[in-house]
Ligand binder design. Structure first.
Ligand SMILES: [Zn+2]
Length: 494
């Protein structure tokens, strides 16, 4: 009999400091695919769903397609969104089950209106439906905040090992193959989760330079070998979540009778703590970055500036104006910025038409206390639909839609204005709107780290600007935490 395997995904990285709720529309905007739509939208892409589908072919399983939903990081997931997506997944089991196994893609940092721990709430519903004996394999982003309950509810739990996350398909493959061994009766996996008293760690998971994350993953591989573990993951955590269980974790998957699992997990946790202060990046002011960019950026080798504190990929509003203001006031040449979230300005540009000159108040609208709008006189250089496919190494092939787009030219700076919040981690965020990024001297991107995957190959140099003015700032002491466990580093002396 061909085993039936449920494939589903419900991702969210919830920044509880955001005042924008994550609604069903947020999922529909970024990507909510139900049943067969999953195959159409995601097969052949560098995503976990594609990895799970490929595993079904390889292992000769019949996939039962639930739903795959992802939304740009923002505030708590609304009850409607949570119930709708989980409803689609549970319906698929009712209609096409029972299933012999479950493969589930979760981000690992979902906070829902009614569930502080979104992941274990999703897992609990599925576990109740399939019963205690059906193996559940789960994948996580390495910015997961993981609870013990999530560990207990899953049989296999594996996280990405790269940041930028270019190993999504590969992570799904590892997870699915462990579930295959479980179904074959070769292993009886058990998940161990450990966390330390820290809010952030392992350099926030960066793997683009030698540092704590690469070192701890090498140690994890050594421990896998030494103790015969099935897998070992390290999560840098997602610190912009005001929940009790926030912070970095280690996950070990091993046979239930493997006594090496706990000592291995403890060793990894010690390493999390030991390296907590090591960072491989240095943030600078916008002024410093621009001074550097003017002397080093050229057409053919642009200087790339990341707007760290307002990264929509971590829940930032995508409309904070600190860096943009500095670029406009500083009179940059041959420069481009993508993307500023500003549907009002897009509409004003559409009303005025291509070639029109007008004054706009750019950005700063979601929370003006983080930085007021920038008044700028400019020209509408182009109007576009915001749909394109990612072509860089991360989530390759996935379709994106940032709504209607206007390119607004202010002196030597082209500003891509979008109607939906989105992190720029792919050159298509310029190319799709008539801007060849490699020909510009200075590029500014709303991103913290993911942009490196596609931009580092063309960049002369990269600067990361953190001036505050955003809800993804690394200055944790500036955030008003109320619910996290204390004491916790770096807020308290430990
Ligand atoms: Zn991540």
């Amino acid at each position: 009999m061909t085993p039936k395997v449920l494939i589903a995904g419900f991702k969210h990285e919830t920044n509880t400091f955001s005042k924008l709720p994550t609604t069903l529309e947020s999922y529909e905007a970024r990507g909510l695919y139900v049943g067969e739509e999953m195959r159409k939208a995601l097969s052949g892409t560098n995503t976990e769903i594609a990895g799970f589908l490929d595993a079904c072919e390889r292992h000769d399983w019949e996939p039962v397609l639930g739903a795959a939903g992802d939304a740009t990081p923002s505030g708590r997931v609304t009850r409607e969104a949570f119930d709708t997506v989980t409803g689609h997944i549970l319906d698929a089991i009712d209609k096409n089950g029972p299933v012999n196994a479950v493969l589930l893609q979760l981000h690992g940092a979902m906070v829902a209106e009614e569930h502080d721990d979104g992941e274990s709430a999703v897992l609990g519903l599925i576990r109740d439906k399939v019963g205690p004996d059906v193996p559940i394999g789960v994948t996580h982003d390495l910015h997961a905040n993981v609870t013990d309950k999530t560990g207990e509810l899953s049989n296999v739990l594996v996280s990405y090992r790269t940041y930028p996350h270019v190993d999504q398909h590969e992570t799904a493959t590892i997870c699915a193959d462990l579930i295959a061994q479980t179904l074959a009766g070769k292993i009886n996996p058990k998940v161990t989760v450990l966390r330390g008293p820290q809010l952030d760690g392992v350099d926030h998971g960066r793997t683009t330079a030698p540092g704590p994350m690469r070192e701890i993953l090498a140690l994890a591989d050594q421990l896998i070998e030494e103790h015969g573990l099935l897998s070992a993951s390290v999560n840098a955590g997602f610190p912009w979540a005001d929940v009790d269980y926030v912070g970095p974790t280690v996950i070990v998957v091993a046979d239930a009778d493997n006594t090496g699992a706990m000592p291995a997990a403890e060793k990894l946790r010690e390493e999390l703590w030991r390296t907590r202060e090591v960072l491989t990046i240095k943030t600078v002011t916008a002024e410093k970055a621009l001074a550097d960019a003017r002397s080093k950026g050229t057409s053919g080798a642009p200087y790339v500036i990341a707007d760290f504190a307002d990264n929509p990929g971590g829940g930032g509003y995508g409309d904070s104006t600190g860096l943009l203001r500095a670029m406009i006031d500083g009179g940059v040449e041959n420069a481009a910025f993508s993307a500023l979230y500003d549907p009002e300005s897009v509409e004003a540009c559409r009303d005025a038409g291509t070639g029109a000159e007008l004054e706009l108040s750019l950005g700063g609208k979601v929370d003006p206390s983080l930085g007021a709008p920038v008044k700028a006189q400019g020209t509408v250089a182009g109007l576009f639909e915001g749909r394109f496919k990612l072509e860089g190494p991360m989530a390759t092939g996935v379709a994106i839609d940032i709504g209607p787009v206007a390119v607004f030219r202010v002196g030597g700076l082209d500003v891509v204005l979008g109607s939906r919040r989105a992190q720029n981690y792919d050159r298509q965020f310029f190319k799709a709107f008539g801007i060849e990024p490699s020909e510009r001297s200075i590029l500014a991107v709303k991103s913290a780290q993911h942009f490196r995957a596609d931009y580092a190959p063309i960049a002369s140099e990269i600067a990361v600007v953190d001036e505050g003015g955003g809800i993804t700032s690394h200055n944790f002491k500036s955030l008003d935490y109320k619910h996290i466990r204390r004491p916790i580093w770096p807020l308290d002396d430990i």
